[in-house]
Ligand binder design. Structure first.
Ligand code: ASP
Ligand code: MG
Length: 439
């Protein structure tokens, strides 16, 4: 059994949804299809929730109506039979009635999660109506019945495994299942989600839970590229890479795969394929335990980084200094991305500014603090790159005119990271494309 996950753009138009219906129903093995919401829907729901939380009811109502119209237009092109049109119309009416009811009651954090869940519920139900119209045998698996997170928002793979296998056992003769990405239940049993872009995470968790033969992530680009195609003209897809390399890339800016979705597949040894719905025959990227080849695979950039330098002569020959600094970040649940130290100073980066003020206040007693906002982490990722002298030479040779604020080298054999001011991002990505890949 394999997983096929389709992102928002792959289901965002009726003709795309029709195309994926024929794809998923002609595979040589049983399939669980995981769907995102139609493109734009989750953003619209975030906006609706935001308006409701501010008490701006008439604006929220207008946004709900606009979204409902979009869906009414969508199904007109999706299904043809009277019976299917009636079913799809009733599904839309049900979910938008729900949003209109929420509008009338007092807003809460848990209601905002209910609002966000409507996107995936709608996409899967409408897809199911289309499959039915086409006479394609399938079952809808409600993610809210098996996908769950604990009190720390961590998915509970053990319980997902048990619940999912029980559901699948009920439908022994079915070869095609459809379920929602992104949504889940939390430890209080309420509707919750795996955070923005979390459908990939759902797919990987399901793949791990059932020991799938493969976890296919279908988007609108033909795999992970060696550089950011939005910024650099000539980029190429990477044929194969390891989970470790993919994790570094996903985390450091390659938008194609949600970073959290790596670990379940890696831990349960399920190969992941990144494929393109618009070009289903393109090879895409295969992610497995093995890297495939030695060398630099890609560069990626992570925006909105804040660098903090703590300079103190008290650090000289002292121990326990770093622990005290780390404790401040731990207290404010703010992850540190890069870190470099000298004997009298430590520089580190964060990308989460929510508690920056408090953090800086608590760091003050440790020494002189400098903060640089608007920085970018440029991450060079590959297999055993840090051991390859020629690679390091090439890397620094191609960025000579860029002011580098920090370098992180040797943390893992797969990665060298540079911190640079945001203004140099385009330039450095282009220079690295030439210098490292000859493109
Ligand atoms: N629909 C959700 C989002 O837009 C989840 C996903 O697409 O992965 O964030
Ligand atoms: Mg996505």
């Amino acid at each position: 059994m394999k997983i096929m996950k389709f992102g928002g753009t792959s289901v965002g138009r009726p003709e795309r949804m029709q195309q994926i219906a024929s794809m998923v129903s002609t595979q040589g093995e049983p399939v669980i299809v995981v769907l995102s919401a139609l493109s734009g829907t989750t953003n619209a729901l975030v906006e609706i929730g935001g308006l409701m939380s501010k008490g701006e009811k008439s604006e929220a109502k207008a946004a709900i109506d606009k979204l409902e119209k979009h869906y009414q237009g969508f199904i007109k092109q999706l299904v043809k039979d009277k019976a299917s049109i009636d079913k799809a119309t009733a599904i839309i009416a049900e979910h938008f009635e729900f949003l209109n009811i929420i509008l009338k009651i007092s807003f809460s954090e848990s209601l905002s999660k209910d609002i966000l869940a409507q996107g995936e519920l709608l996409s899967t139900k409408l897809f199911s109506v289309y499959l039915e119209e086409q006479g394609i045998n399938h079952k809808l698996l409600p993610a809210l019945e098996f996908m769950s997170i604990n009190q720390f928002d961590e998915p509970q793979i053990g319980s997902i495994k048990i619940k999912l296998s029980q559901l699948l056992k009920k439908h022994k003769n079915t070869n095609l299942f459809v379920t929602q990405g992104y949504i889940c239940r939390n430890s209080r049993g309420e509707v919750d989600n795996l955070k923005r872009g979390g459908s990939d995470y759902s797919a990987s968790l399901i793949a791990a839970a059932i020991g799938a033969s493969c976890c296919e992530i279908w988007t609108d680009i033909d795999g992970m590229h060696n550089n950011d195609p939005r910024i650099v003209k000539k980029t190429k897809p990477i044929e194969q890479m390891s989970f470790d390399e993919a994790a570094e890339l996903a985390y450091f800016g390659a938008k194609i795969l949600h970073p959290a979705s790596i670990w379940p597949a890696q831990q349960y040894k399920v190969p992941v394929k990144l494929l393109n719905t618009m070009q289903p025959d393109a090879k895409g990227t295969l992610i497995t335990e093995k890297a495939g080849s030695v060398g630099v695979k890609a560069v990626a950039a992570k925006d909105n980084i804040i660098a903090i330098r703590i300079k103190s002569s008290r650090m000289l020959l002292a121990y326990g200094f770093l622990r005290k600094i780390f404790e401040v970040f731990e207290k404010y649940r703010t992850p540190i991305d890069m870190i470099t130290t000298s004997e009298v100073a430590v520089s580190l980066t964060i990308d989460e500014a929510t508690h920056l003020k408090e953090i800086l206040k608590e760091l003050e007693p440790f020494g002189a603090i400098e903060v640089d906002k608007d920085q970018v982490i440029i991450s060079v990722v590959g297999n055993e790159i840090a051991q390859t002298e020629a690679m390091v030479k090439k890397l620094f040779g191609s960025i000579m005119n860029v002011p580098v604020r920090m370098v992180s080298y040797g943390g893992s054999p797969h990665n060298i990271s540079l911190l640079i001011p945001a203004a140099y991002k385009t330039q450095i990505l282009q220079q690295l494309n030439k210098g490292m890949f000859g493109l």
